[in-house]
Ligand binder design. Sequence first.
Ligand code: ATR
Length: 279
Amino acid sequence: MSAPKTPAACLIGWPAAHSRSPLIHHYWLRTLGIEGGYVIEAVPPEDLRDFVLRLSLRGFVGANVTIPHKEAVLALSTPDARAKAVGAANTLWLADGELRSTNTDVEGFLGNLDASAPGWDEAGEALVLGAGGASRAVVFGLLERGFGRVHLANRTLARAEALATQFGPNVQTLPWDAVNDVLPRARLLVNTTSLGMHGQGALDVEVTRLPQEAVVADLVYVPLVTPLLAAAGARGLKTADGLGMLLYQAVRGFELWFGQRPEVTAELRALVEADLTKT
Ligand code: ATR
């Protein structure tokens, strides 16, 4: 079997979900003048192993992985430290004949904050809301950047405690109803819960209690400006939105597959924003 002439990556999921990834990667392929492709592949769980192990035979240079396969691909590839710590991989690529995996949500989160709020990682404490998969990527990124204290609150405290046990003493849990007490000490507030998303409940955080130099990040991107970000903006705080993280997490996969590091431009953002508001 011979590989096709143009390199292509795919998004592996089940069922085939609507995704903005093709829009993002096609934009970069077009603007960088690279001949390549990015397609969505619907792969049921029983076919995942075969699909992933034959990725290159199928003509792919790599893949994104989404629900429900993000955990399962760890055992089918060689995960890096990020994928191992997060317990899930969203990007696969071939290097020296080996299938490797990583979790680019970590750099999506960090890259977006670097671009939106330079200096955000200067000394201070962070407060993270939520203890699901996205929270693990965020906490890993904060510890990697040297945060000495990450406060972690979750509706289900046991889930936060499990995460804190995994990540060590710099992560301290607090009950969900104690969030407002920690706000005056938080240099960075991150929402990783689904609260604030269209159709979900409201996030009850007293933004006025944050210090004036605080930065607020929300992983929710529908709506683009969540009530949390709107309140932070009204107070004059720096913010980083969920769409930025979505765009920045795509950078590394593209670079690994197609050999050039792409830029997150205002034009790309506008393109994806238009697509988000269409649905
Ligand atoms: P993800 O991979 O996006 O992090 P997840 O693993 O399902 O998704 O996690 C969702 C997060 O949103 C969890 O922290 C969840 O809290 P629980 O662990 O208590 O379920 C949080 N969340 C969802 N709905 C919530 C609500 N109504 N109030 C508070 N937290 C909520």
